[in-house]
Ligand binder design. Structure first.
Ligand code: F6P
Ligand code: MG
Length: 453
């Protein structure tokens, strides 16, 4: 992907103009509270973390490490001040492969505001400024060698993995038991089993550390035993559409190939639920290959990087629990044999709505077109799928995607931002009357499908 791809970017005028983006300029909205309270809170945690690791930097790099720590801290304090006082969005000053694309995107944002205004934290689209915050955190580290590669969210991601240990063990045991009886399962059994694991992966998305401002948000109890209780909170359940695609692999001849892509979200418990789902897809003969898509940099606190992905599989393999260790070994083998593929692309850490992917990152769009089914995990992916806009809740999902149809796709997401489409008439009103925070509490979820249209 090059910056030149970006220069062709223009607003997609697909039949009708889409509604306006969510933004902190709407006082009292969730975007407003996020920018006002949660983002500064996350930055404060970043500052604490860098400071707490001072001795580590000293040991690794001597005085240079300490100088770098001071530099990073002063960068982050200044950044927090810019955010809290609604300063204009500044161009990036580092020299990473996506710096130019970000700066061009800022120029594009400038074209969207009046002449007497500049893009700023409380005025610009929420999706843009929130992504920009994480990119600025990267900038702060990049400009502070020799500690540039340090992941400021590594400690909380690792802690959250260990805090969910029990819940993960019971899932690994469940998977191994399922695999032990795979030859005796009827199609209906397989359907029931994969539906369970799709729901586990859905509720795994409650555990992100961005919504909790970096506080522990791990899964302490087994999810499997609660699936029936949770089922009523799934607002859109398109699992049957997924089954129609996946079951073809079981029914097809031995040479038939089904590729499933999973656009990952959070490390920790959620990632383990995704790995378990991916394992079951192969073991139950519902897919022949799974491609995972991760982030190239620390992102939204808990999102999965290549390091997190490898670390998680290593941890699982090394544990003294036989079921989990068996899972870890299988997963390593899957990667070695190419049945699982881990992929990275800068596009996932840009602020762009997915409807611009074909223009901005055509090679990624082409890659996704090779898939039979793309699963988008998590809330941020949903926001990018729908452009994070004030859609009417009854607008069909396929319409809100605005021509983003690389392959049949499905969002598996708990609701943690006030955007939701594809509901039956009256549903949103009923929910709002009962619980004003239904769109942001993480209590509700969707498994929402769109075919290629
Ligand atoms: O900071 C808020 C937010 O963007 C929410 O919209 C969302 O809940 C979270 O961060 C990221 O969620 P997820 O990890 O599910 O993408
Ligand atoms: Mg996340």
């Amino acid at each position: 992907m090059t910056a030149t791809h970006y220069t062709t970017l223009r607003p997609v005028t697909n039949k009708m103009e889409p509604p306006c983006p969510l933004s902190a300029r709407f006082e009292g909205s969730f975007a407003y509270y996020t920018v006002k309270d949660r983002l500064p809170q996350i930055l404060t945690k970043v500052i604490d973390t860098v400071h707490r690791n001072k001795n580590k930097f000293l040991e690794a790099h001597g005085e240079e490490g300490i100088e770098a720590e001071k530099k990073a801290l002063s960068f982050f304090s200044k950044l927090r001040n810019e955010l809290q006082t609604n300063k204009p969005i500044l161009p990036l000053t580092d020299e990473l492969p996506d710096t130019q694309i970000w700066n061009q995107y800022l120029d594009y944002q400038k074209t969207l505001v009046g002449n007497d205004e500049e893009p700023s934290w409380f005025r610009s689209p929420w999706l843009y400024v929130e992504c920009y915050l994480y990119r600025r955190i990267q900038e702060g580290m990049s400009l502070s060698p020799p500690i540039s590669e340090y992941d400021v969210f590594q400690d909380v991601k690792n802690e959250s993995f260990f805090q969910s240990q029990q819940a993960m063990l019971s899932l690994c045991a469940h998977l191994q038991e399922l695999k032990g009886k795979v030859n005796s399962l009827s199609n209906d059994d397989v359907r029931g089993d994969i539906y369970k694991l799709l729901q586990v992966s859905l509720w795994g998305n409650k555990c992100d550390l961005s919504i909790s401002g970096g506080q522990d948000n791990s899964q302490k109890t087994s999810v499997l035993s609660s699936l029936d209780d949770f089922h009523g909170f799934i607002l859109v359940d398109d699992m049957n559409s997924l089954w129609n695609i996946l079951s073809k692999n079981r029914d097809g001849n031995a040479e038939s190939r089904t590729r499933v892509d999973i656009v990952l979200d959070n490390a920790g418990f959620e990632l383990v639920t995704d790995l378990i789902l991916a394992d079951a897809l192969l073991s139950l003969d519902l897919a022949t290959e799974v491609h995972f898509h991760g982030k190239v940099r620390p992102w939204y606190v808990s999102d999965t990087t290549k390091h997190d992905f490898d670390w998680t599989i290593r941890q699982c393999t090394a544990t003294n629990n036989k079921w989990m260790s068996k899972c870890g070994q299988t997963w390593r083998e899957n990667l070695k044999k190419g049945r699982w593929v881990y992929q990275e692309h800068l596009f996932w850490t840009l602020p762009h709505e997915f409807c611009t992917m074909a223009e901005v990152a055509p090679e990624l769009y082409t890659e996704l077109q090779k898939s039979d089914l793309v699963l988008f995990k998590g809330d941020l992916n949903y926001r990018k799928l729908t452009g994070d806009r004030k859609w009417d809740h009854t607008v069909p999902f396929s319409q809100a995607l605005r021509s983003f149809h690389p392959a049949p796709l499905c969002s598996i997401r708990t609701l943690k931002a006030d955007v939701q489409v594809g509901l039956q008439a009256g549903t949103a009103e009923r929910l709002t009357a009962a619980e004003t925070d239904w769109m942001i509490s993480g209590k509700y979820g969707v498994i929402q499908f769109s075919p290629v249209v």
